[in-house]
Design a protein around this ligand. Structure first.
Ligand SMILES: [Zn+2]
Length: 250
């Protein structure tokens, strides 16, 4: 058993026995991990944080070797992204963000890019006027950092440059050229702007992509394509069980 200190975003929580809580964190130094906060429900002030979902904390934990549930001895709130909590739509976006990290990342697989992306996006969700765009940026960069990004630079099947209108294939995970489009009859036409937006967001840093303009039609299509891509490759529905439990975050 070893002791560690790291920054941690709360992805989800569940009650444990009468007095304790198990939190699923995404940490800067260890990736996703589960921690037991003993006695927190009996003595709410034992920890300097109420461990709300999507809050950022600094935790000290004992890393167990025989189990994946570690013991958290200290949890200090660094940022509860308070302004998100004033608006139900912002809360929903923040819940989607932590849920996607939970679904897409493996246990204890460190990725500091994902951690920084999540903190940057949560900060933007507090006061950016275009929260749909923030979540789209988050999805595109998260897919890239997780190694799932769609193949859009050329035809996913023959690798030829795409000149004419391309079709997006979920089955192949990218664009198909005119000659290969018959390989997936379910492939769908997408706007050039949708493809260009994904490529731009993948290739540029966060501050630059915040300035990218997106019209409503492109945003709608980006959401459809990204969610379909995620669901197809994860083999699960993303949003049918989504619910915001106000008691947990307000
Ligand atoms: Zn092709």
């Amino acid at each position: 058993m070893s002791i560690h200190k790291t920054e941690a975003i709360v992805l989800s929580t569940q009650n444990f026995r009468q007095t304790s809580l198990i939190a699923n964190f995404y940490t800067r130094d260890f990736g996703k991990l589960s921690g037991l906060l003993k006695g927190i429900r009996q003595e709410p002030f034992k920890f300097n944080s109420s461990v709300d979902v999507f809050s950022l904390n600094e935790i000290i934990f004992y890393k167990k070797t025989k189990t994946s549930l570690h013991l958290v001895s200290q949890c200090d709130l660094k940022n509860d992204f308070r302004l998100i909590k004033n608006d139900l739509e912002r809360i929903k976006k923040a819940f989607s963000l932590v849920r996607l990290i939970n679904i897409l990342t493996a246990e204890e697989d460190k990725n500091e890019d994902i951690f920084n992306l999540a903190v940057d996006c949560l900060a933007q969700l507090e006061n950016n006027s275009d929260i749909d765009k923030i979540l789209i940026i988050f999805k595109i960069k998260l897919l890239d950092f997780c190694g799932f990004k769609p193949h859009l630079d050329s035809c996913v099947s023959c690798n030829n440059k795409i000149i004419a209108q391309a079709k997006f294939s979920l089955k192949f995970g990218g664009l198909l050229c005119d000659r290969c489009v018959g390989k997936d009859i379910k492939s769908r036409t997408v706007f050039r702007g949708t493809v260009a937006s994904i490529l731009y967001i993948e290739k540029n840093n966060f501050d630059n992509v915040l300035r990218l303009g997106m019209n409503q039609a492109i945003k709608r299509e980006l959401n459809q394509v990204l969610d379909a891509f995620l669901e197809f490759h994860l083999d699960k529905k993303l949003y049918n069980e989504e619910k915001v439990e106000a008691g947990g975050v307000i």
